[in-house]
Design a protein around this ligand. Sequence first.
Ligand code: SAM
Ligand code: SF4
Ligand code: SF4
Length: 369
Amino acid sequence: MSAKFIPVVDVRHLHTSQVKAPIGAPSGSLLDSLNRPLRDLRISVTDRCNFRCVYCMPKQVFDKNYAFLPHQSLLTFEEITRIAKTFIAHGVEKIRLTGGEPLLRKNIETLIEMLANLKTTSGRDLDLTLTTNGSLLAKKAQSLKDAGLKRITVSLDSLDDAIFKRMNDVDFAVADVLEGIETAHRVGLSPIKVNMVVKGGMNDSEIVPMARRFHGTPFILRFIEYMDVGASNGWKMDEVIPSSEVIRRIHADIPLVEIAPNYAGETASRWRYADGAGEIGVISSVTQAFCRDCTRARLSTEGKLYTCLFSGSGHDLRTLVRGGRSDEEISSTVAQIWRARSDRYSELRTVQTLELKQRTKVEMSYIGG
Ligand code: SAM
Ligand code: SF4
Ligand code: SF4
């Protein structure tokens, strides 16, 4: 039987009554135009944050006059869960709650409970995780675990208070994040990953101290290349420390051996310490783009679906959800959007065309990191 031709439809321009009837029941194996399946969904539960990280929400832009989303714009927990079920039916196996700072969303535990009950198409538990700046983690770790969260990722850019405070720009101390990490470990939110964004000239002196601190612990430290997300962080290529340099510096101090990915499409390349005392990861979104394996969709706080972190605009699912559309119609819309997907921004960035430089991009705090 010949493959069915699926027209490329941009639902943003369609009135909800024009959205096509279902193409068919979700099969759990939806492929985009570059043959990439839909496996991960990142859900931004708030666009607000109590930090002002210089690479994400710089104070000059995100000041007291900044217009964050009003409460009624946010998807409710019921709406998020309904949309999540659609994605799971199309093959999503992993959901990450993010933001903004997800632990600022009131009663986030209720949403976690609702999502934790969902099963993948193969009947397995969902891989349900959350990325946090750690500021509220010591207080919330137990309730997150009780609600059904499986594991957690905590961001920490330095062990040096002066550097960390310069990066979070709200005077937040390292010790409080470390306490959050320890508490999360104690309650069993494992394996815990620790994300460090490396910004050249700002915290690259912390690469080796961070590696030493987490060497011999169960925590998996991951170094993220500083990315040109959004339009406010003033990104410059010469502030990116390539992952190869991160590995070189750590390897000179504590020998490393490269290891295989856990699964196809894993964002981080994995390395273990040669002495067997743990592993690290490097996320090289700038110097070694991994678009060809990108299976991630993002749902913004107000219910827009983004098929790439660097998209300029999203597809409005909230209007469908609030406009009385059936689950089948929402499912069909998601399928059409994913099938039409051709994003590969990071691969194209390597070529650095003028068009890309001029492209409008949404902020990471809105779309979810
Ligand atoms: N507030 C939470 C946190 O910081 O963990 C979750 C949201 S944050 C946008 C998700 C992740 O994106 C964090 O690990 C953060 O460090 C990372 N991030 C933010 N801006 C970035 C940038 N310009 N380049 C690379 N990573 C970035
Ligand atoms: Fe907030 Fe996370 Fe962005 Fe920092 S990286 S400003 S903690 S959303
Ligand atoms: Fe995926 Fe877009 Fe990032 Fe490429 S640039 S890995 S397509 S989110």
